[in-house]
Design a protein around this ligand. Structure first.
Ligand SMILES: Cc1ncc(C[n+]2csc(CCOP(=O)(O)OP(=O)(O)O)c2C)c(N)n1
Length: 358
């Protein structure tokens, strides 16, 4: 039992895969080879798509974008522990988790290009839309999982948020109700050490974020956020517990944002270069690649082939998003209320007139 053994008050952090690519055999999750290879592909694709999104923003082809460089395992590991009917509720930096859940990559590009249609996911994919208001999605997750419990659906809701999100009222309200109602919710805090320029140490005086779960009456665990195997294993246990009626779990994924907060930010103004280079050495993708190599599942030739394939895939997705029809002015207004209030209607009319006269 990982969660019971990694009591956050004892200052322990779960790690299964070491930086050298070796594993703690007794804790190694038993994943099929094709799942391991798909996981590696997903992380490499995520990094390539993320890098492309930043470049597109610089070329004026995409709006503001939040890069996820260095957080690929932190995003993917938890998502891998979900079944098809489980819900994934995200913030705005979890591209890899969405790819795993089946959200088309081109729709993600489309969203950041400013088209709400990017949030229109195929039927049957239980992923909520992007949530930019920090922390609000935590409440949605608790509500969704409570509904699942009442309806005896057997589905679990997993929600991502950041260390900054853990300071919001929504976090405390959400965790409190999840504890009281014993909901099947898995809270995943991607502690990437910063909320824009605010360091983790200024965010909370608690030693860990995981330990906050204890005050709400359930378990918390801190996991190495650059270790895909540890994240998968801890989340799988949390998901199984939730499904068995044992209630919520808070997982703190201890990781690092190596890029800027968004393309509107310049992280070099508030964080030392040395800190970033230290974290580069803990790169989650490289670590996982070493693991696959030790298992004789990967080599340089396979890597080259994969990179070429992924380059093509990313370009195809960008082309598809760019070819998608532009949203109309009306689209900006029409999805908020069933019946549009007069002041919104007035704004829409004025904008339509202005566009018409240009
Ligand atoms: C309610 C709310 N307040 C402020 C903001 C502005 N804002 C956007 S992202 C962000 C920091 C979020 O940090 P964290 O939760 O740690 O997630 P990260 O961006 O590091 O992934 C802030 C303050 C917002 N979007 N919503």
């Amino acid at each position: 039992m990982l969660i019971d053994d990694y009591d956050p008050l004892k200052g322990k952090r779960l790690q299964i895969l070491k930086e050298t690519g070796t594993v703690i055999k007794t804790l190694e999750p038993q994943l099929e080879e094709d799942v391991l290879l798909k996981a590696y592909r997903t992380m490499v694709l995520t990094r390539a798509a993320d890098d492309k999104a930043v470049k597109l923003q610089r070329q004026g082809r995409l709006g503001a974008y939040p890069p996820g460089l260095g957080q690929e395992a932190s995003q993917l590991g938890p998502a891998m522990a979900l079944d098809k009917n489980d819900w994934l509720i995200w913030a705005f930096r979890e591209m890899g988790a969405l790819i795993w859940k089946g959200v088309p990559l081109w729709r993600q590009f489309l969203y950041w290009m400013g088209n709400e249609e990017g949030n229109n996911f195929p039927d049957g994919i239980r992923v909520t839309p992007t949530s930019v208001p920090v922390g609000s999605q935590i409440l949605h997750a608790v509500g969704i999982s409570y509904a699942s419990k009442i309806k005896k659906e057997g589905s679990v809701a997993l929600v991502y948020f950041g260390d900054g999100g853990s300071s919001e009222g929504d976090f405390h309200e959400g965790l409190n109700m999840a504890g009281v109602l014993n909901t099947p919710t898995v809270f995943v805090c991607q502690n990437n050490q910063y909320a824009i320029s605010m360091r983790r140490a200024k965010q909370t005086a608690s030693q860990t974020i995981a330990q906050k779960a204890l005050a709400y009456g359930f378990e918390g665990i801190q996991v190495d956020g650059n270790d895909l195997l540890a994240l998968y294993a801890a989340t799988k246990e949390a998901v199984d517990r939730a499904r068995n009626g044992e209630g919520p779990t808070l997982i703190e994924s201890f990781t690092y944002r190596r890029g800027d907060h968004t393309t509107s930010d310049d992280a070099s103004r508030y964080r030392p270069e040395k800190e970033v280079t230290e974290w580069e050495k803990r790169d989650p993708i490289l670590r996982f690649r070493k693991y696959l190599e030790k298992k004789k599942l990967w080599d340089d030739e396979k890597e080259k082939k994969l990179l070429d394939e992924i380059q093509d895939e990313v370009e195809r997705c960008v082309a598809k998003a760019e070819a998608y029809h532009k949203p109309s002015i009306e689209d900006i207004f029409k999805h908020t209320y069933a019946e549009m209030p007069p002041e919104l209607k007035d704004q829409m009319d004025r904008l339509q007139q202005r566009e018409g006269s240009e």
